[in-house]
Design a protein around this ligand. Structure first.
Ligand SMILES: O=C(O)CCCC[C@@H]1SC[C@@H]2NC(=O)N[C@@H]21
Length: 252
């Protein structure tokens, strides 16, 4: 059970709690079909049985130990080609929250994996619906590992594995939603250039030579930022190259 967050303006003010749910993203997408569903509606569960991740992957979270939720935005001020800027704002909200909460370095592994102690502690799945030339709805799905202690992958972790502490999920949710809302409001106010600057500064591998894989080929590159379409910019032996999602893999 969760309470409506006290310190947000609109995110979570309409809260739908389900003890168990297939996927909070799928449920939120259904709610988007109802014109009366307010912006900020938040769907949260203790036990997600068919969580969906990026690129058709699944998302597993131990029941009752982590935060698993989705909220609905109506970013009609964005054009379809600006979708990447919503990803920047949401990733930065999580980055701000994690940096302040954990008091240690956090990175965004392009496009939106949140790493603390070089382990992925949070995944984001944003699903947009386009109407005409604008984004009518965006469902922002977040899986934040909070108190889970064991992971099958050494690259995955939680707030607990990073800090050694356990947390009240409601407190984490309340603080996180405020950080997310602040960055979303900045986007709504048109502060995209500042968001891009902050996002690029937070990127994992920024200005470091690292191995990557693209089209079956492994090569070294240096993360330099993103381009105007949100593609990853890598400085390579062949010059500056831009990669879209699915075209590039970090090898680490
Ligand atoms: O692959 C990723 O990193 C993204 C994972 C996103 C998981 C969250 S959990 C809440 C929401 N509901 C889903 O089915 N997926 C997202």
């Amino acid at each position: 059970m969760y309470k409506i967050p006290a310190n947000t303006l609109f995110i979570g003010k309409n809260l739908v709690f389900m003890p168990e749910c297939h996927s909070t993203n799928t449920h939120a997408l259904q709610l988007c079909q109802e014109p009366s569903t307010p912006e900020g509606t938040l769907v949260i569960t203790d036990n997600q049985t068919a969580g969906r991740g990026q690129m058709g992957n699944s998302w597993e979270a131990h029941a009752g130990q982590n935060l698993t939720f989705s909220f609905i935005l109506k970013p009609a001020f964005l054009r379809p080609h600006e979708q990447y800027s919503l990803n920047m704002a949401i990733s930065l909200g999580l980055y701000d929250f994690l940096s302040a909460f954990l008091q240690q370095p956090v990175h965004i592994k392009w496009p939106n994996d949140l790493l603390a102690d070089d382990r992925k502690v949070c995944g984001i799945l944003i699903e947009n619906s386009i109407q005409g030339s604008t984004l009518a709805h965006a469902v922002v799905g977040i899986g934040l590992n909070v108190n889970q202690a064991n992971f099958s992958s050494p690259r995955a972790g939680s707030l607990r594995t990073v800090s050694g502490q356990a947390y009240a999920l409601q407190d984490v949710l309340d603080t996180l939603l405020v950080a997310l809302e602040q960055r979303y409001l900045a986007l709504r106010q048109g502060k995209t250039a500042q968001l891009k600057k902050d996002y690029e500064r937070a990127l994992f591998g920024l200005d470091e030579v690292r191995p990557f894989k693209a089209g079956g080929e492994e090569f070294e590159g240096t993360v330099k930022g993103i381009d105007e379409a949100g593609r990853l910019l890598l400085e390579t032996a062949a010059g500056m190259r831009a990669f879209a999602l699915k075209e590039i893999e970090f090898v680490y």
